[in-house]
Design a protein. Structure first.
Length: 183
């Protein structure tokens, strides 16, 4: 996947300060054909159709927001074995929380297992298109395979772990053979 340029190919900015803080707001964003083409190019896809994010944005805890939405898209990727086009329907649930008391992560910082992956710093402007692209990139197949595409026989490893002899067992066997050959 290519890193996205600064300007998202599918952008739907939403100024959070302009929203009534006590109301739930409907989210329904659909990418145009041109935005689908640009997003496909940015993600290294052969094609992208029907990119849609729909759900709700609701107040969450102290001055924060929670986005709960369904993402749907049809992606076409190259098969990892044959490069033939593979079309997949992606449907996933997107949940993001935005809190005013969360500090942005410093550049180069890594998340740990105890970190909350669904809560982010509260942005001034939430770009629903960028959220959709990120969710799509995470949900689409990592290694798409065309129907019937298999590794060539020469590339397949038929031995199981149980059948594979350990290197130490091989050395013991070799030393016994050498010992049997001595006069």
């Amino acid at each position: 996947m290519k890193p996205l340029d600064r300007a998202a190919p599918f952008s739907r900015p939403l100024r959070l300060r302009g929203l009534a803080p006590a109301l739930t707001h409907t989210v329904a964003e659909t990418a145009t054909e041109a935005e689908c083409r640009a997003t496909a190019e940015a993600l290294g896809l052969l094609g992208l159709r029907k990119l849609r994010l729909s759900g709700r944005l609701a107040p969450h805890e102290k001055a924060g927001w929670e986005l709960t939405a369904d993402l749907g898209a049809t992606v076409t990727q190259a098969c990892v074995l044959t490069l033939a086009p593979v079309t997949t329907r992606v449907e996933t649930r997107v949940v993001r929380r935005y809190a005013p008391d969360i500090a942005p992560m410093p550049d180069g910082a890594e998340l740990g297992p105890e970190d909350d992956l669904e809560t982010e710093p509260l942005p001034e402007i939430l770009d629903l298109g960028e959220v959709a692209i990120e969710a799509l990139a995470l949900a689409m197949p990592d290694y798409p395979r065309a129907d019937g595409a298999e590794l060539p026989e020469s590339a397949q490893d038929h031995e199981t772990d149980a059948q594979r002899e350990s290197p130490f067992a091989a050395l013991v066997s070799l030393s016994k053979k050498i010992g049997d050959e001595e006069p």
